[in-house]
Design a protein around this ligand. Structure first.
Ligand SMILES: [Zn+2]
Length: 250
């Protein structure tokens, strides 16, 4: 493959040996990339301050066919989120979202929509710091959607009827929904019209517009986000869902 130039978002960095760093990036042209930055921990490193977590950089790296780890030769800082990341809540939330990206983005398989989404979410959370929960919901939903995992909450899974804006729905164990006619038992988890709208609007709006819209519904944001997290956990196989989902309360 040789020399590669692309823009990338730094998801994580680790120390390697005394002076080197391992950098995990989501790149625009090459998907998830893991690279070594030799000498990055030295005071006068050629990478300067360009290798901080969540920074957007232009980078050049060398890739050998058989190696997973590339060798980073040059970086140029495009945008730093160093200041935002000094807020522990921002740091915690985006560290979690960065972990999701590393789980969902296959190595060296570019997805420009995923890259753009992650970048815009970072910018939105930096601009509106109190919107972290809403941005996280947006992020979770789009990771699922771009991976092809997002259920359709527009229609009843059974009778295929398109639901109206003011219809409630029942959540099933497979995360699809049923209309109130097809609903089988009373114990099913009810999705309110507001919660369904949040789910729909996150797919329609930009993060900034979504954050404004969802600001009026903090509790519903929490509920929808928790459903998305269960779906994610289910996909990643770290938690069994089943009846626990339907029994859970907030
Ligand atoms: Zn139905």
């Amino acid at each position: 493959m040789g020399l590669v130039e692309t823009e990338g978002l730094i998801l994580k960095t680790y120390s390697l040996a005394e002076a080197d760093k391992i950098v995990v990036l989501l790149t625009r042209n090459e998907g998830l990339v893991r690279g070594v930055a030799k000498g990055a921990k030295r005071l006068k490193s050629r990478f300067g301050g360009g290798l901080e977590q969540f920074s957007v950089i232009n980078l050049t790296y060398f890739q050998k066919e058989e190696r997973e780890l590339v060798s980073i030769s040059q970086v140029e800082l495009v945008k730093s989120y160093f200041e935002s990341a000094s807020n522990p809540q921002f740091l915690q939330k985006f560290s979690y979202l960065a972990d999701l990206l590393t789980e969902f983005a296959p190595p060296h398989d570019p997805n420009e929509n995923l890259y753009r989404m992650a970048k815009v979410c970072l910018a939105t959370a930096a601009e509106v710091p109190e919107s972290l929960d809403r941005v996280a919901l947006y992020f979770e939903l789009w990771i699922l959607r771009l991976g092809g995992y997002l259920p359709d909450w527009n229609q009843c899974e059974n009778c295929r009827r398109i639901l109206n804006n003011d219809d409630s729905a029942s959540l099933q164990i497979n995360f699809h929904i049923l209309c109130q006619v097809c609903r089988k038992t009373k114990s099913n988890w009810l999705i309110s019209p507001a919660q369904r709208q949040i789910f729909m609007m996150a797919q329609k709006f930009s993060p900034l517009k979504f954050v404004e819209y969802a600001g009026e519904y903090p509790n519903d944001v929490r509920v929808v986000s928790s459903i998305l997290r269960r779906l994610i956990a289910n996909i990643l196989g770290k938690e069994t869902v089943g009846e626990k989902l339907l029994a859970a309360s907030f």
